[in-house]
Write a protein that binds this ligand. Sequence first.
Ligand SMILES: [Zn+2]
Length: 302
Amino acid sequence: MTKTYAPTMITETIGFFPGSVNIGIVVTADGAVLIDSGLDTQTAKKTKKGLDEISQPLHAIIQTHSHADHFGGNHYLLAQYPNTRVYAPVLEAAIIENPILEPIYLGMGAEPLAELRNKFLLAEPSRVDQLLPEKGPLKISDRTFEIIPLPGHSWNQCGVVVDGICFAADSYYSPEVLQKHRLPFLVDAEETVKSVRLLQQTAYLGYIPGHGDFETDCKETLQYNLEYHQTILEQIHELYTIHPSSLEEGLQIICEKREINITNMTSYVLFRTAFMGYVVGLNKQGRLEYEFKENRLMIRGK
Ligand SMILES: [Zn+2]
């Protein structure tokens, strides 16, 4: 049997290229619209083969957010299909056009260390032709894409709904992915929880997360995500209530508790940012306060 690169279709015109990052596809009268493009050129080459197999040119790419593993395929795809239009949310677009901003913000704004310049954090730049509306319909070719705001994992992350199929980006993960990450990446835990709650109010025909399985009913998965975030929030609140301490010390305690073993700079900056995202969430809930003691930022629960 010859290997196929064709996408997995859910309806006649809507499907996805399954992978460590799922790439959505919607077939329009003018060719394929992708939702995100995956990590890198190697992924993009497979996507191109898949498009060739179903005889579709690439018409447009809708970016859900600006993480390197979701737009790293653009560089190759845009070279192959120069007329492709790229859509992205405000702010996310700025990072997609200037990808060095990702290692910069993960590195606390300083010049990124050499080790942070890897393909997981730093993709090739891509042009963005049109900013997405914050929410509402977007017409591309003969299809209507409903944009829904799903911030939290990234500032202006969005989901995309077409004919009742929801591409949910990284607003939630499958339980397996959560158990692997243990401290899932986010920039704002409160917004992340709100986005999961927003999805809980929906009853689409199907859901495709950025990482995880397609489900026709993701209620259990969403509930699992809510409880997972809640557990982490409670753990952080408890540790700072019992033992007011610095950000660094809090991160160390939570990693030990959650059996996370940081051994390289990439995972350190990702976990540190995620941890800060939970701290910010607790602060917004009025459950954490901070002060400065001997030139150290000290956090305490209340
Ligand atoms: Zn992401």
